[in-house]
Design a protein around this ligand. Structure first.
Ligand code: SAH
Length: 356
């Protein structure tokens, strides 16, 4: 049975499903889910991420994590973790860049949080020879000081979407119309939020649950979590999208064949982390900055210059990659970093000057 049939049968039996359920099935269905069946990254895939553009991205992030580790007294042991590591490229670059930080690799326990068997295999290939553990969710991380990175992970988590209509708030659902999947709105639901008609609100319950867990872990064990993605501090309306073959696609057309994403609301994640921290009896500090300014503060310009000196033949490609990662017209301002750390701990590298 195809995923379209599976979804259609479920709707026929149980009624229209919230967008979050549709997204979860399209991305994570064990047999047909988008991430379960393929490696979506790279020129021949559906989208290209920062670590796939250039090694410089992971190198400066690796050094930032190592600096934060040193600033916190070089805890031994500690957990180096990544959420949604894709092909393992970012982690490979982090490990190469940190190899000469005294004690860092010896104290490190590497954990990759990944649900896709395909991508776990790709990560194992990329990190060949490294000792690493895999976990299905952040709940599987060890109780250790945590130095964590997540790039383009939170945008892939299911969202719920609410539309303010003349009748009140109605939730975006996927319904059946003469056997076809269609977008529809639920009957009015009480949200207890006032907003003008036409307003669209999005929430990511799984994203917020993960941020909450990270907040609690940071209070208990210390460390730093770097969340990098496209999005804004607050919601900006309807950001649900399907991406296929490096372009936008119809999210209902071929379930499981396109990447479904939404912009990340960093403020909601920071708030959830604060809730998790409070439940653990502490507080977190949140730094927030545009990717271009942050990478520049971490020294990506100097790294590009050094690479170009070592490889004059590749100077144009290096300059190109630097521009893609940092220029405002490219990934420099759409992408942001949210850095979470225990309140009172040293400011994360590249974010000292950014207001919490
Ligand atoms: N960070 C990588 C890949 C981004 S794609 C990069 O920057 O290139 C999103 C990644 O998150 C994939 O590895 C995907 O399999 C993983 N992923 C998506 N949903 C997940 C979930 N609910 N739990 C764990 N991993 C998930």
């Amino acid at each position: 049975m195809s995923l379209t049939e599976i979804i259609a049968r479920r709707i026929a039996a149980e009624g229209p499903m919230p967008l979050s359920e549709y997204m979860a099935l399209c991305l994570g269905h064990p047999r047909h889910g988008y991430y379960m069946t393929r490696d979506p990254l790279g020129a021949r895939g559906d989208f290209t991420t920062a670590p796939e553009i250039s090694q410089m991205f992971g190198e400066v992030i690796g050094l930032a994590l190592a600096q934060a580790w040193l600033d916190r007294g070089s805890p031994d042991p500690f957990c180096l973790a990544e959420l949604g590591p894709g092909r393992g490229t970012l982690m490979a670059d982090i490990l190469r860049a940190t190899a000469r930080v005294p004690g860092f690799h010896d104290a490190m326990r590497l954990v990759l949080v990944e649900t896709s068997p395909q991508l776990r295999a790709a990560q194992a290939r990329t990190l060949a020879g490294r000792r690493a553990d895999w976990a299905d969710s952040p709940d599987g991380l060890p109780d250790l000081p945590l130095f964590l990175v997540a790039n383009e992970f939170f945008d892939a988590l299911p969202i719920r979407q609410y539309h303010r209509t003349a009748e009140g708030w109605r939730e975006r659902v996927i319904a059946l119309d003469q056997g076809r999947l269609v977008a529809a709105l639920s009957p009015p639901v009480p949200l207890g939020i006032d907003a003008p008609p036409g307003t669209v609100l999005e929430t990511s319950p799984p994203g917020e649950a993960i941020a909450e867990a990270l907040g609690a872990r940071l209070v208990r064990h210390g460390g730093l979590a770097l969340i990098i993605d496209y999005g804004e501090w607050e919601g900006t309306g309807d950001t649900f999208q399907a991406v296929s073959g490096h372009g936008f696609a119809d999210p209902l057309e071929r379930p499981g064949e396109a990447d479904l994403t939404a912009h990340v609301q960093f403020g909601a994640l920071a708030m959830a982390a604060a809730d998790g921290a409070a439940a653990a009896g502490g507080r977190v500090a949140a730094g927030f900055r545009e990717q271009g300014a942050w990478l520049a503060a971490l020294g990506i310009g100097q790294r590009a210059a050094a690479l170009a000196r070592a490889r004059p033949d590749a100077a144009d490609a290096i300059a190109d990659a630097l521009e893609r990662l940092t220029h405002p017209d490219q990934m420099g301002t759409l992408f942001k970093v949210l850095a979470l750390t225990r309140a009172g701990d040293p400011a994360p590298p590249g974010l000292a000057e950014a207001a919490p």
